[in-house]
Write a protein that binds this ligand. Structure first.
Ligand SMILES: [Fe+2]
Length: 252
């Protein structure tokens, strides 16, 4: 079985308890739950705070294997510090034996399905700007922003430039897709293609190199369904593209 859901932002209790998700009672570690980015379980500064450790161990104790692509709200400095492993045909960061980050551009064979994973997105909630703790005016600027209403973020504390895919990761994706003739069953991402994003969010979200890359994938790859998160809504955008937020749906 494969279940899939949207952004969790470190809030796991309500969506994954046995009352909300009773099907898990019939599952095993060979069944999977996938989160379409903004996992949020690796966020705090330092190394695995008590709360994070609790939830990572909690998932490890569930009747399924938890998989996620990264979103734009992850602590990349830490996420990329977990060991890289080969798993089901692609590369993962292993947070726990059964809690795995599906790395960008990888193709996995899971439950008889071929899945292309590609996390990352641009943050749109930074209209107030980005602050740097090394900036001599940091405190002054922060004070000013705290007084205003515009959201802002701080480098390496609440914003990481790795949120947006780089050329190397995009090439990794093209290479792995070429190896399977650009044919997969499912695509799992955080943001979506430029054209799809314009349909969902209008001018609210600007196109970027990653949405343009996903536009290329959309036009070039053969796939049955494309699941993504980021836009905080549940919506069948087209016959193949499914935007997920709190909904947890079975796909296989
Ligand atoms: Fe999100």
């Amino acid at each position: 079985m494969i279940y899939i859901t949207g952004d969790t932002h470190g809030e796991f209790a309500r969506r994954f308890n046995t009352e909300a998700f009773p099907e898990q009672k019939e599952m095993t570690k060979d069944d999977y739950v996938i989160i379409c980015g903004d996992f949020g379980g690796v966020w705090d500064i330092g190394w695995e705070s008590k709360n994070e450790k609790y939830w990572l161990d909690w998932f490890e104790g569930r009747n399924y294997t938890l998989l996620f692509v990264d979103g734009n709200h992850e602590n990349y400095d830490r996420l990329y510090g977990y060991p890289v492993k080969e798993w089901h045909g692609g590369k993962v960061h292993e947070l726990r034996e059964h809690v795995l980050h599906l790395m960008r551009g990888q193709v996995f064979e899971i439950d008889g399905k071929r899945i292309f994973a590609f996390g990352g997105a641009s943050s749109h909630d930074i209209t107030g700007g980005l602050l740097d703790t090394d900036d001599p005016d940091f405190k002054k600027k922060k004070k000013e922003l705290d007084r205003g209403y515009l959201p802002y973020r701080i480098r390496h504390l609440s914003w990481w430039e790795q949120e947006l895919a780089n050329e190397e990761e995009m090439e990794e994706g093209r290479k792995n897709l070429r190896a399977c003739d650009y044919t997969v069953d499912y695509i799992v991402t955080h943001c979506c293609s430029t054209g799809t994003q314009a349909m969902i969010a209008g001018n609210r979200c600007k196109p970027d190199r990653e949405t343009d890359y996903l536009e290329f994938i959309k036009n070039y790859a053969n796939y049955k369904k494309w699941f993504f998160g980021h836009y905080h809504d549940n919506q069948n955008v087209s016959e193949k593209e499914i935007l997920l937020y709190e909904q947890l749906i079975r796909v296989s």
